[in-house]
Design a protein around this ligand. Structure first.
Ligand code: KE4
Length: 427
């Protein structure tokens, strides 16, 4: 695979940008080699600066569910840009978009737009603390909710003990308010609530964990969270930045029929432009400034160009893409599973809707500890072999593979065949 121009750009990028990238996972550090620099994308394909073409399963980490450069969205965004890119004032577009989000997610009785998933989760946490006057939050090991300080925290020594920072720069005094327990472990949640429930503002969860690879919720897990939070006046926050409009038009809360108190959205709702959103029960959201005492603000929140991309994306999704997406995803997942088996690879394959993952471990993966039994070197070899043959996967074992409506049977067949050859290189 030709990569001279990407290599040259990467060398120059490192002169001006930390690690040469604007988000760490893009640096290929967990798979080796240098990142490819993308020139353009269309449909389910991305094209790099060296003229290589790849079937794309990263899809900008989820947003491009309708494929890259969807013509209808592009046309409306171009039109929006011609009217100015940001006013810092209310627009009719924001009202329409908020109504669409509320119709898709009825639990979001009021919704506030921000510019990223991180901002959505960070704001939802502050709101939960402001609404309950409690300080503790509980999250799950291996779940990622963006890089707000309170969320860059890992489990302390024992279960349900105070968190310790998972990043430099996060004060111990803040980290200790974040409790972390294993995903899918309801008993650990109950123990944490028994010990700290009186001072626990919220539990934040990815309804399908997709930042440790893809780990589906066990039967009864989400229902159990809903029950224990309701019984203890703890707010349940669904971080649907990945699952929102991905698993169903109404996200995981429609898919699993669970109603959270607050929801965070991002990725897909911006159609590839920077948008996040948080929302939920009216009585809670009314605590947000200017109505209430919880402050949150943003220069570009609700900007007309990103909101136009969001509206056009949701309009197309609302037409009904999920049945077709489910069929394609099931076909791809089965094909990859068969390819691994035929190549003699024992792996754990997971999938929920159009997000899937192959863990290079013979264990079943139910949480971060079991996900970490994966052979990340084998994944790296698999990743590089796939890339060499024109298939772009996430450059980390602990991410998700995303499908779009733009992937056709032709690309799926090619991916399955390529996977068989790539699996063999990991033996
Ligand atoms: P952003 O701030 O990156 O828009 O969203 C943060 C976020 C929040 N919640 C969930 C469930 C998320 O997955 C994310 C971001 N996801 C990562 C990929 N797993 C973004 C890619 C990156 O960090 O470069």
């Amino acid at each position: 695979m030709r990569n001279a121009i990407s290599k040259k750009l990467f060398a120059e990028a490192q002169r001006y940008i930390p690690g040469g990238v604007n988000s760490p996972v893009r640096a290929f550090r967990s798979v080796g080699g240098d990142p490819i620099f993308i020139k353009r994308a269309k449909g389910c394909y991305i094209y790099d600066v060296d003229g290589n073409k790849f079937i794309d399963y990263v899809l900008s980490w989820g947003p491009m569910i309708l494929g890259h450069a969807n013509p209808k969205i592009t046309k409306m965004v171009k039109n929006a840009i011609s009217k100015g890119t940001s006013y810092g004032a209310p627009t009719a577009l924001e009202v329409r978009f908020a109504k669409m989000l509320n119709e898709a997610f009825p639990s979001m009785e009021l919704v506030r737009l921000v510019s990223s998933g991180t901002e959505a989760a960070m704001s939802a946490l502050r709101l939960a603390r402001g609404f309950t006057n409690r300080n503790k939050i509980l999250k799950f090991e291996g779940c990622y909710h963006g890089h707000a300080d309170s969320l860059l925290v890992k489990a302390g020594s024992g279960l349900a003990t105070m968190g310790v920072p998972d990043s430099a720069g996060v004060p111990d005094d803040l980290a200790k308010h974040t409790l972390t327990v294993p995903y899918n472990n309801l008993d650990a949640v109950k123990r944490a609530v028994a010990e700290h429930g009186k001072d626990m503002a919220c539990i934040i969860v990815e309804p399908v964990a997709a930042n440790m690879g893809v780990v589906p919720p066990k039967e009864g897990f989400l229902e159990g969270l809903r029950k224990v939070t309701a019984e203890n006046d703890i707010l349940l926050i669904f971080d649907e930045v990945i699952t929102g409009f991905r698993l169903a038009y109404g996200g995981a809360q429609e898919y699993y029929r669970i109603k959270p108190d607050l929801t965070c959205l991002g990725k897909i709702i911006g159609g590839g432009l920077p948008i996040g959103a948080y929302g939920g029960r009216k009585d809670i959201m009314e605590k947000i400034a200017p109505l209430g005492a919880v402050y949150q603000a943003g220069t570009l929140s609700g900007n007309p160009v990103a909101v136009t991309a969001g509206i056009e994306t949701l309009k197309l999704l609302k037409k009904g893409v999920y049945k077709e997406l489910e069929k394609k995803s099931a076909y791809l997942a089965e094909g990859i599973k068969d390819a691994a088996k035929k190549a003699g690879i024992s792996a754990c394959h997971t999938r929920v809707g159009s997000i899937l993952c192959t863990f290079f471990t013979s264990n079943s993966v139910i949480d971060f500890a079991s996900a970490k039994t994966s052979d990340t070197k084998a994944y790296a070899r698999f990743f590089l072999a796939m890339l060499e043959k024109g298939v772009n996967l996430a450059p980390s074992q602990f991410e998700a593979m995303f499908l779009s409506t733009a992937h056709t049977e032709r690309e799926i067949e090619r991916t399955i065949k390529t996977a068989y050859d790539a699996f063999k290189t990991t033996l």
